[in-house]
Write a protein that binds this ligand. Structure first.
Ligand code: FPP
Length: 255
């Protein structure tokens, strides 16, 4: 613990100067839209999949740093419900990444006591992808440390639509009445039912939009956008984002 606190107090230099992390105000849930893999590859004259391969390697660094800093939940947008529109070769490659990542990193995740969790519709994934991710969830289910929540085949509108359907079914069966629908009832029917909302949302690559990501859950999250392309993102950028977060005053609509 003492070692962790010492780490939290240490400084990190980044492109934009030195950032100091305050140990008492680390965002408990960080969500990341990992964007810019394709552009990273293009800049280097490489095929898009090379960007995704490099992007996958960044996850190890970010998980380790988030864990070190005491973050409780790290949500990563790995594949959206809209990403199926990409060329088949790219989709096939993206579908191989969870397996590759987990084959390599599962021992590290176990050592760090990380619990893998999924958000999205995994039924529609290729068998090999489904097998790899369900195994990781099972193998890590007793872990009590950082929750690594992969958004895989995830779309927020679909999630909200499904929640509405579930609530409608409860009303139809008589177990709920329309007057009893509250924000908590809706939350309980989302794919993040047992997770707190993100405190900090990060998006890389200079795009300033949500792209159907956690629309309900980020209502009061702090946003941090960076031009850095995801394959170039590292632990220093994470610290920089947290340092900016710590300077923000969260008022949740109050004064
Ligand atoms: C967006 O960049 C990125 C994705 C759609 C895929 C993100 C996936 C990873 C970083 C690896 C996932 C790994 C695991 C373990 C699940 P883009 O292709 O849209 O980039 P562009 O906007 O520059 O074209």
């Amino acid at each position: 613990m003492l070692e962790k606190l010492t780490k939290w107090k240490s400084s990190f230099s980044s492109q934009e100067g030195t950032n100091e992390i305050d140990d008492i105000n680390v965002p408990r849930h960080i969500a990341i839209i990992m964007d810019g893999n394709g552009r990273w590859a293009k800049q280097k004259g490489l095929p898009r999949i090379a960007g995704h391969r490099e992007g996958m390697k960044v996850i190890n660094k970010v998980v380790r740093k988030a864990d070190d800093l005491g973050v409780e939940i790290l949500t990563l947008y790995a594949f959206s419900t809209e990403n199926w529109k990409r060329p088949k070769t790219e989709v096939d490659f993206l579908m191989k990444l969870p397996e590759r990542f987990l084959n390599k990193e599962l021992p590290m995740l176990m050592e760090k006591n990380v619990k893998v969790r999924l958000m999205g519709t995994i039924e529609n994934l290729p068998e090999h992808t489904k097998r790899a991710v369900t195994k990781a969830v099972k193998d890590t289910e007793q872990n009590t440390g950082l929750i690594l929540n992969f958004a895989l085949n995830y779309g927020s509108r679909f999630e909200l639509m499904e929640a509405v359907k579930k609530i409608a079914n409860q009303i139809e069966s008589g177990s709920l009445s329309a007057e009893d629908i509250t924000e908590s009832v809706l939350k309980e029917n989302l794919m993040t039912a047992e997770l707190r909302d993100p405190d900090l949302l990060i998006r890389t690559s200079g795009e300033i939009r949500l792209s159907n990501f956690m629309l309900w859950q980020v209502a009061y999250s702090e946003f941090w956008f960076t031009d850095v392309l995801w394959p170039d993102f590292d632990e220093h950028h994470l610290v920089e984002a947290i340092a900016v977060y710590q300077k923000r005053v969260r008022r949740y609509g109050g004064v």
